[in-house]
Design a protein around this ligand. Structure first.
Ligand code: FES
Length: 157
């Protein structure tokens, strides 16, 4: 192998090492205490029974394969109960937990206006390379609300 080729390989290895440090070290080191608390003790985990469920969503992030199921119970146009199950990274679980906390007690219209930025702000921030994880919970919430509204159009209360 020529010396020039060796240098090229070393350069690629160095770049690769840097990328690995960015993705491997950052999430663990930079999650704040609120995020870690929601990841280790997520709120509103579980599922609602069919007769308690007014809206349901199953969403996935095609870039990483993470998935989330979310159920909502709605009374007088207000989300009175919410449950989720997630197959995902710490960021997905923490942001989904916070999204359910933010949604419960809100009207459907108010909950539908929640954004991933609202979730991240409530968590006190999240590593930049994990921001996309916050979309899982918010997308599931919005789809569950849409499911509820669609059911009401078909079968009004
Ligand atoms: Fe998939 Fe976080 S890496 S949602």
């Amino acid at each position: 192998m020529s010396k020039q080729k060796d240098n090229t390989l070393n350069s690629q290895a160095d770049d690769s090492d840097n990328e690995q440090h960015d993705t491997v070290d950052a999430p663990v080191l930079f999650y704040n205490d609120i995020v870690i608390e929601h990841f280790t003790n997520p709120h509103n985990v579980g599922e609602l029974l069919p007769d308690e469920t007014d809206g349901f969503a199953l969403v996935g992030d095609p870039t990483c394969g993470d998935q989330m199921k979310l159920w909502i119970k709605v009374e007088d146009n207000t989300i009175t109960d919410i449950r989720f199950k997630s197959f995902g990274c710490p960021g997905a679980i923490a942001t989904s937990s916070m999204a359910t906390d933010l949604a419960i007690g809100r009207t459907l219209e108010d909950a539908a206006s929640l954004t991933d930025d609202d979730v991240i702000k409530a968590l006190g921030g999240i590593p930049e390379n994990k921001r996309h994880c916050s979309l899982l919970g918010i997308t599931a919430l919005q789809q569950a609300i849409n499911d509820c509204l669609l059911k009401r159009m078909i079968e009004p209360e």
